[in-house]
Design a protein around this ligand. Sequence first.
Ligand SMILES: O=C(O)c1cc(=O)[nH]c(=O)n1[C@@H]1O[C@H](COP(=O)(O)O)[C@@H](O)[C@H]1O
Length: 238
Amino acid sequence: MSPISNQDPRAKLFVALDLPSLAEAERLVARLGDTVTHYKIGYRLGYSDGIAFGRELAASGKSIFFDLKLHDIDNTVREGVESIVKTGAHYLTVHAYPQTMKAAAAGRAGSHLKILAVTILTSWNDVDCAEAGYAGSLQSLVQSKAKQAVALGMDGIVCSAQETGLLRAAGIPDRVELVTPGIRPAGVDSGDQKRIVTPRAAIAGGADRLVVGRPITAVADPVAAAQAILDEIVMARG
Ligand SMILES: O=C(O)c1cc(=O)[nH]c(=O)n1[C@@H]1O[C@H](COP(=O)(O)O)[C@@H](O)[C@H]1O
């Protein structure tokens, strides 16, 4: 269960702890204090000390999202998800391939863990989709993958905030969370992200949760950066 009300703007913001060491992650979490309640742990920390750290943060009341983007044979995915259930984390990503999503649903059966299906990465555009061998536009791919994810019992969709309106219009139900990385406050470097949206526009456009890494973790004052994003979230809600 999320430790804070869903109405609290902090429940809308996952900070991506893509940091080089456990010590740096611990320092950042301590510095952010009560400003941030939701954290995402991905490859960088997950492949070192991140799983144990996520378990610790979950036990301390933070909401934890393991972004492991699972994709493997059924048995391996199911067993991997079963291991994540035991950490007390709240969210886990898998790639939006049917076999993988079915295996993930089996692995989390009866638990509190929410599975998020990653559609098309926010660092991709139409050219990247074509290069990967996909036919059709990026938007149509996001839409068809999202519909399949819902049909297979996924709890949420990871997409760009550029696609949230399209997905709701296509019938993705409100109970399915739209989780959006590729968030960049105005004037902030996009880096490798190609489908970016500001925090305010993302929330106004229907994103349920924002995932933000470098605009918070790689700046001189992460607390001020996080607070500015929370302020945008409040403004977007009017
Ligand atoms: O699954 C994700 O979280 C994810 C999916 C996606 O399509 N794009 C994407 O950027 N992410 C993650 O979201 C975070 C974005 O980080 P920044 O670009 O630094 O804000 C990174 O940890 C990515 O791994």
